[in-house]
Design a protein around this ligand. Structure first.
Ligand SMILES: Cc1ncc(COP(=O)(O)O)c(C=O)c1O
Length: 405
């Protein structure tokens, strides 16, 4: 008889998943799920985009094989994502200094980045914004790297650039720095285009290896507008990695669709990077999944479907912007406090409320408001109708918490 598993301790569940299942089990009628990590529409569902449905019909009609695509995955998809990230006219692309591979979601791309960086600078530490998306730390740990935080958010809900730079000046050559953009998770705070350019130049001069984690392209101001900062960074820092997720902007969450891109100093380096990415992936998932990438390729290869996607993306972005404005106004008038304007100006799905730790437990137990202990809320999980009752529940907690600060 074998006994490998009886001594295995149960791994602690992801806190967010615990909140989601507690929400589902809560019998109260008026309950609020602010913890969810996906976009929801006004009816509370996460629909399949029409552009995606049409692309899927084209694919099922035309697809002739399910044979492996090869280590790069879907080349048409990779090139389309290169165009989204670098723009149609790109010096780096025309000089063959860009490598791109299909990855299993943005997380797969981040994993490739961390593992590649472990090969190029084995002693490099990883700098992550504080606060950040907890999975950055998990992937860093899985790649055997030490993670360090750099301050990100000022008390007024804007970027604390001076403190961020003070911390990053401690980084040493070979360190990896993760920057999120646009729509920082969990703060909703983004650097300006000038700050992006400054950061790129700083990494170049300091000998740092940056990873730009792009998971919400199109959710801040628009597809072109959202890439202005990223392109300014890429123009200033020649060796840069980009993890691109199609989970949110194409609504392809479960299809695991992403792209990992690397801008290199020279075409020879691009070839070397491509060989290492194939080698890294081979040992983990071998080849990337195909369906989501085929959907994105089909949409971006068709003018009609691209226009439909733009329309659907614009409607997601406008809904989030309107919810932000209305939530900020409702909180201001209910609490009589001024500190909520930043909520309206922050971007993307997430923001942080000044409610942390035990207060979030009280909110859950007493008021059926579910949010993680960090105070992160998903704006896209709200409805216009739900704002007034939610604000009614939040107000006493916010007043108490802000009075203590
Ligand atoms: C900051 C950030 N990076 C990357 C991702 C990657 O997501 P996925 O692996 O689902 O594409 C997410 C998703 O929530 C995210 O918030």
């Amino acid at each position: 008889m074998t006994d490998f598993l009886s001594g295995l301790a149960i791994s602690p569940p992801d806190p967010l998943l615990g909140i989601m299942s507690a929400f589902r089990a809560d019998p109260r009628e008026n309950k609020f799920d602010l913890g969810v990590g996906v976009y929801r529409d006004e009816t509370g569902s996460t629909p399949v985009l029409e552009a995606v449905k049409t692309a899927e019909r084209h694919i099922t009609q035309r697809q002739a094989t399910k044979a492996y695509e090869g280590p790069r995955g879907n080349a048409g998809f990779c090139e389309a994502i290169e165009t989204l990230v670098f723009g149609a006219q790109s010096e780096a692309r025309s000089e063959e200094r860009v490598v791109s591979v299909t990855s299993p979601g943005g997380c797969g791309a981040i994993f490739l980045a961390m593992t590649l960086a472990a090969r190029t600078s084995p002693k490099g530490r990883i700098w992550v914004s504080d606060p950040s998306w907890p999975n950055h730390l998990k992937v860093a740990a899985a790649a055997g790297r030490t993670a360090l935080g750099y301050p990100y958010m000022a008390p007024d809900g804007t970027l604390d650039f001076p403190r961020m730079m003070d911390a990053l000046r401690q980084a040493t050559p070979g360190d990896i720095v993760i920057f999120q953009g646009p729509c920082h998770n969990p703060s909703g705070i983004d650097p300006s285009e000038e700050q992006w350019a400054y950061l790129g130049d700083f990494c170049e001069r300091q000998g740092l290896f940056p990873l730009l984690d792009v998971a919400y392209h199109g959710f801040a101001h628009g597809l072109e507008e959202d890439m202005a900062g990223i392109r300014a960074f890429l123009a200033a820092c020649r060796e840069t990695m980009v993890a691109y997720s199609c989970s949110k902007n194409f609504g392809l969450y479960r299809e695991r669709t992403g792209c990992f891109l690397v801008q290199t100093e020279a075409p020879r380096d691009a070839q070397a990077v491509a060989s290492h990415l194939a080698d890294i992936a081979r040992a983990v998932y071998s080849m990337p999944p195909a369906h989501g990438a085929a959907i994105v390729e089909t949409i971006l290869a068709s003018e009609e479907l691209t226009a439909l996607w733009h329309k659907e993306l614009t409607s997601m972005r406008s809904r989030i912007r309107d919810l932000r404005r209305n939530l900020a106004d409702a909180l201001k008038s209910a609490t009589g406090m001024d500190g909520f304007e930043a909520l309206a100006n922050q971007t993307g799905m997430f923001s942080l409320l000044p409610l942390q730790g035990p207060i979030t437990d009280m909110l859950r137990v007493q008021s059926a408001v579910y949010l993680p202990a960090s105070g992160r809320i998903n704006i896209a999980g709200l409805t216009q109708e739900g704002i007034a009752p939610l604000v009614g529940q939040l107000t006493p907690y916010l007043q108490a918490s802000l009075a203590q600060q």
